[in-house]
Design a protein around this ligand. Structure first.
Ligand SMILES: CC(C)(COP(=O)(O)OP(=O)(O)OC[C@H]1O[C@@H](n2cnc3c(N)ncnc32)[C@H](O)[C@@H]1OP(=O)(O)O)[C@@H](O)C(=O)NCCC(=O)NCCS
Length: 154
């Protein structure tokens, strides 16, 4: 439950181009209590977002995992990650994702997807380092940017 505070901080740090439903609203939602509830009811099986914890200090710096969004293809989960700004550019997203790719492989998945805004250079670089390749598929949103669909065979 303590990780709700980290999750709330991730929400407050999001880029202004991220759509409103993923940003703190005018009423301050989601609150820490609401995020605690979401963690409490979250069931991790072969899918889910895992806390990223640093081995040395044991602090939680964000999440990385698999979402069953169905946006890529049915039965092929989506890789997702988000880290606190103060730890960016130290290779953590790449390291955490490699562990998640291994988890996905041992769970029996054969292909993963990842969607990314065209303007999100850091995330596109992480996905390229992980071996994800861009497909023809794109979703254009005139306000927030274009979503690119990338994929990787396991
Ligand atoms: C995307 C994110 C998780 C990356 O985390 P990270 O731990 O910094 O990633 P890594 O250190 O493993 O790799 C980042 C790479 O992007 C590069 N990079 C970062 N910012 C960049 C920029 N503005 N321009 C060019 N390259 C950039 C880094 O140099 C590094 O590449 P390199 O290893 O070739 O030098 C982090 O930026 C984040 O949380 N962003 C907000 C949430 C988000 O966008 N999630 C993904 C949604 S698809």
């Amino acid at each position: 439950m303590a990780e709700a505070v980290v999750q709330r901080e991730l929400w407050t740090e999001r880029d202004p181009r991220v759509p409103p439903h993923r940003r703190i609203d005018a009423g301050g939602h989601p609150t820490i209590a609401e995020l605690e509830d979401a963690i409490r009811t979250n069931q991790i099986r072969s899918i889910g977002l895992l806390a990223v914890e640093r081995k040395g200090s044991g602090d939680v710096i964000g999440y990385c995992g698999l979402a069953d969004s169905g946006r890529g293809a049915a039965g092929e989960p989506e890789l997702a990650f988000e880290l606190l700004r103060r730890v960016w550019c130290q290779g953590y997203a790449t390291e955490a994702s490699l562990a998640v790719l291994e988890w996905a492989r041992t769970s029996g998945y054969e292909r993963l997807w990842a969607t990314v805004w065209d303007w999100n250079t850091a995330s596109r670089r992480v996905l390229a380092k992980l071996g994800f390749t861009e497909t023809e598929r794109k979703e254009v949103d005139p306000v927030h940017g274009t979503t690119l669909f990338t994929t990787r065979r396991l």
